[in-house]
Design a protein. Structure first.
Length: 278
């Protein structure tokens, strides 16, 4: 396999969470929904340590003649991605360091598909993001994304878990560490768009919606423990708090909440969208 890394932080990455079996299944469902074709050029946007890149490769019948370009802002994550895929055979993969909003500047040759897994909610200027993605995709090419942070129906049981978990987390933070989260402007992952708003967003920049699907996913305790080790989530839940203290508080509270509620999982909805460039 030919792997190159073009260069332009490890403790609190998304890797642990994305390695959970339930998360891998959500990724597989999105890739299957996209019905990608062999022989083209595919971007895995915000590829991180290459776990989604690896799943895309697994769904190709002719990976040898398909170029996959993993793009991420973290050089550390990209180095891990190279190691993650070092044993792959008969595939062409390039890893490139770039901010997602600057995709059209980093990738000059148009591509057949862009995958953007569970990260679109973190981007402040989504119009700039989608405009850049549109410039990068060929007419007839696909933009494929999902998110678990969107305005949609949530069960009462799940809401009860979130409220109890967050209440406990902040109480532990104050009691055990003498800290309080700052009241800052709502972070981007908490500024949730609805499914219709996401569809309108991509349609504004020359896409047509092909498929929309919502998956209800059972997230076990380990999933909540692992997301509590991810910096973007931690900063959203407890802004202004040192990552180590916030992470410890979130993890302890998640375990206590699961035990007190006598549950083995909570449900979380994932919105999947496949759009075509017209």
């Amino acid at each position: 396999m030919e792997i190159k890394i073009i260069m332009a932080e490890k403790e609190y990455t998304f890797t642990k969470f994305s390695s959970n079996p339930f998360y891998e299944k959500t990724t597989d469902r999105l890739i299957e929904l996209a019905e990608i074709q062999d022989g083209g050029r595919i971007i895995d946007l915000a590829c991180g340590t290459g776990l989604v890149t690896k799943r895309i490769m697994a769904h190709l019948s002719d990976a040898r003649n398909t170029m996959i370009i993993g793009v991420d802002h973290s050089a550390t994550a990209l180095r891990e991605a190279v190691l993650e895929l070092k044993d792959a055979r008969d595939s062409a993969v390039v890893f490139m360091e770039s901010q997602v909003e600057q995709l059209s500047e980093a990738i000059k040759e148009k591509v057949d598909a862009v995958f953007y897994c569970n990260a679109i909610h973190y981007v402040p200027d989504k119009d700039e993001l989608i405009q850049g993605i549109a410039k990068t995709i060929k007419p007839g090419g696909k933009f494929v994304f999902n998110t678990s942070f969107y305005e949609g129906p949530v069960s009462e049981d799940t809401l009860a878990f979130y409220r109890k978990w967050m209440f406990k987390s902040h109480r532990i933070l104050n009691k055990e560490h003498g800290l309080r989260a700052k009241k800052l402007e709502k972070v981007e992952s908490r500024k949730q768009l609805s499914a219709d708003e996401y569809k309108n967003l991509v349609e504004r920049y020359g896409f047509k919606i092909l498929k929309e699907k919502v998956d209800s996913v059972e997230v076990p305790l380990q999933g909540w423990v692992d997301i509590s080790k991810f910096s973007d989530f931690i900063e959203g839940a407890m802004p202004g708090v040192p990552l180590d203290k916030a992470s410890e508080s979130l993890i302890k509270a998640a375990k206590e909440t699961f035990r007190e509620m006598k549950i083995t999982y909570t449900t979380r909805n994932w919105l999947d969208i496949v759009a075509v460039r017209v």
